[in-house]
Design a protein around this ligand. Structure first.
Ligand SMILES: [Fe+2]
Length: 280
């Protein structure tokens, strides 16, 4: 197995491993340390990885997480594991079979609007468009470190409200009258293994800073979003079929670039369960 950095910001590429096979403890340890350090792991060339293989990989990093909400309105296969979710634009009987099927999606952390956001999210690339549909990752620990003093002081002492307006992929689709879920989180949270602080806010889902007037909060949040989305904190992942990607969902933010809806894009998702977040 080889592990090498993918960018100056974050991410490492893992090659020379077949995750259909059980792994020895040293390999698992190496993957765990690479995950904590690089925040995103891209394991290449994982052909024909079954849901069970993907679940076993996720469990190297902690217990499997449940979906943020039950698969109530999704016609996903009855024989699929309960924890699976598809990020997909495939349709059956005229309905999308998965979630968040199309278009650009702004920066966010998965499940930040719940008490226990997933510790990690894992996506397996089954069908990839020829162009676009990239996942852009941002390093929130590096973003925190580089904060100007005045913003850091606010971040260190404040909490923010995260809202998910179901199905929305950009702030102009947000509909607070519709189905939403929300939760208040510290604005600086700790990476559990290292105690590194992470700037835990995102353009798509962070709406308010508790204790600030709306206009003042808006101003601070816009500065923080612009800061964390600076190119030096980002790595753009161009998917290949057979890529298995896992990311630290507390210390990274991610977004999706647009793609041609006529092209097949089908990714299989599992999560690693998280705990209530600790303030830095
Ligand atoms: Fe996401």
């Amino acid at each position: 197995m080889k592990i090498k950095p993918l960018s100056n910001a974050l991410g490492a590429e893992v090659t020379g491993i077949d995750l259909r096979q059980p792994q020895d403890p040293d390999t698992i340890k190496a993957l765990q340390s690479a995950f904590v350090e690089n925040l995103v792991l891209v394991v290449r060339d994982q052909e024909d990885l079954s849901p069970e293989d993907q679940m076993r990989f996720c469990e190297f990093f902690g217990p499997l997480g449940a979906r943020a909400r039950p698969a109530d309105d999704r016609p996903e296969k009855a024989d699929a594991p309960a924890e699976v979710m598809f990020v997909s634009n495939r349709k059956e009987d005229g309905r999308f079979i998965g979630s968040l099927p199309e278009g650009e999606m702004q920066f966010h952390m998965d499940q930040c609007y719940t008490e226990r956001p997933a510790r990690a999210t894992c996506l397996y690339g089954i069908a990839i468009p020829e162009k676009g549909g990239d996942t852009v990752f941002g390093n929130l620990c590096a973003a925190y470190e580089a904060l100007p003093k005045d913003l850091k002081a606010i971040v260190d002492s404040s909490r923010a409200r995260h809202v998910f307006s179901y199905g929305s992929t950009s702030t102009d689709q947000v509909d607070d009258a519709g189905k939403t879920t929300e939760y208040v989180q510290p604005m600086a949270v700790l990476q559990p293994e290292t105690g590194r602080p992470s700037l835990y806010v995102s353009r798509l889902m962070t709406r308010q800073i508790t204790g600030l007037e709306d206009a003042a909060a808006r101003e601070v949040l816009d500065l923080l979003f612009d800061h964390q989305e600076r190119p030096e904190f980002l790595y753009t992942h161009k998917w290949r079929r057979g890529d298995l990607v896992i990311w630290d969902n507390l210390c990274t933010v991610h977004a999706r670039t647009d793609f041609d809806p006529a092209q097949d894009r089908h990714l299989r998702r599992f999560t690693v369960a998280g705990a209530p977040l600790k303030a830095a």
